[in-house]
Design a binder for this molecule. Structure first.
Ligand code: AQP
Length: 350
């Protein structure tokens, strides 16, 4: 049965990148799939988080989910650390994954920077926890931004190695199900999860540098639009966004080698639910002095109601807290079923 799982880290203010690359797609999928949306607090602590800020950020990601339109009664919304099986399965996957696989992860290299000796072991093992998040529910589809593609491949590798290492035992216990592997179907326990990387803004770039990803942790606030920014902030940041001096091209091909222009057109297209070509049919030949105010109006129209609803939800956190507690209870039931199977498969319970 298809199942969607995804998560966002409570590691700072959510950005337009998190919204267009992930959260907005979560909302779109809830009509067609059973969905589990997690606030991945255990991932956030791979880098030190001040405890009170972590609590606030955890609630704020949950508020963003709800404000964007995720229905917590139809889907499961919870924070990761409440369901202890995430950590338990992550340990097992640390033992399935190979050092070589982890060493090739570009996100670790970027986040650890030059001072690798001082990065936490958790930051290095992050992809094994992410594989556990997904496979604990045997999720088949994971909506993410483009930057998470490599981690999703890692999770497929873990599932495949687990299925392979324990294939005989999975068969003996009758726990195998048909797993699609390209054009073939094999018997296994964990699915090979498909990433869903969709839309014209799968990688939203910094407003100050079109070659860098828009990120919560960029030191420059002008580089990103935060989901909680006021309308004035949004208008100012778009006005100040870096561009080139040329007019906009009349089709998307003309955006090659113009990263800042490509980024702003991609953001417009995603917010308007149109293709980049369609947007350029309207704005081709025009200057940024015309396009930027139109983009600011559109961004404010779409984001201001979300910011208002987030503020309302954060004013009294009891509603959010009860949703997270209830979601965790429902997730725990599913998670425990998997852990019972996994422990039997491995030979940890008898
Ligand atoms: N710039 C982006 N464009 C499109 N999608 C993005 N995502 C993040 N940035 C962009 C997607 O948002 C989801 C949640 O991301 P995350 O919280 O797990 O952390 P991240 O990818 O490390 O995001 P940040 O904002 O860059 O956080 P920091 O600064 O803490 O490292 C994922 O689906 C991601 O693809």
């Amino acid at each position: 049965e298809p199942l969607v799982f995804s998560g966002v880290q409570p590691s700072g203010n959510l950005t337009l990148g998190n919204y267009l690359g992930a959260i907005r797609n979560f909302v779109a999928l809830q009509g067609s799939y059973k969905c589990i949306y997690c606030v991945v607090d255990l991932h956030a602590i791979t880098v030190y988080q001040e405890p009170k800020s972590l609590i606030e950020a955890t609630r704020s990601v949950a508020a963003a989910y709800l404000a964007a339109g995720i229905d917590p009664s139809k889907n499961i919304v919870f924070n990761q650390s409440r369901v202890h099986q995430h950590s338990e399965l992550a340990w097992i996957f640390n033992c399935v994954a190979r050092m070589g696989w982890l060493s090739r992860m570009t996100q670790f290299k970027e986040k650890a920077g030059k001072d690798r000796e001082n990065a936490s072991a958790g930051l290095f093992a992050y992809p094994a926890l992410m594989a556990a998040d997904i496979l604990l529910y045997r999720a088949t589809h994971v909506p993410v931004g483009d930057d998470q593609k490599q981690h999703l491949e890692f999770s497929r590798d873990v599932a495949q190695k687990f299925n392979n290492d324990y294939s005989e035992r999975i068969g003996e216990l009758g726990l195998g199900v048909p797993i699609a592997m390209g054009n073939e179907t094999v018997n296994g326990y964990f699915p090979l999860t498909e990433p869903l990387i969709e839309g014209p803004a799968t990688r939203v770039m910094s407003l100050r540098d079109g070659t860098k990803k828009m990120s919560k942790s960029d030191p420059s606030d002008l580089s990103r639009i935060n989901l909680t920014d006021t309308s004035d902030d949004i208008a100012k940041k778009i006005r100040k966004a870096k561009t080139d001096p040329e007019a906009l091209p009349s089709e998307a091909e003309g955006l090659e080698d113009r990263p800042e222009a490509a980024n702003l057109v991609g953001i417009y297209a995603a917010l308007a639910g149109r293709t980049r070509d369609d947007v350029l049919r309207e704005f081709g030949g025009q200057q940024f002095s015309t396009f930027k105010p139109a983009l600011a109006d559109l961004a404010i129209e779409q984001l201001a109601p979300i910011a208002d609803e987030m503020r309302r939800l954060m004013a009294d956190t009891s509603h959010i807290d009860s949703i997270l507690a209830n979601g965790a209870e429902r997730a725990s039931v599913m998670a425990e079923k998997t852990m019972i199977d996994v422990k039997r498969i491995i030979g940890l319970s008898f």
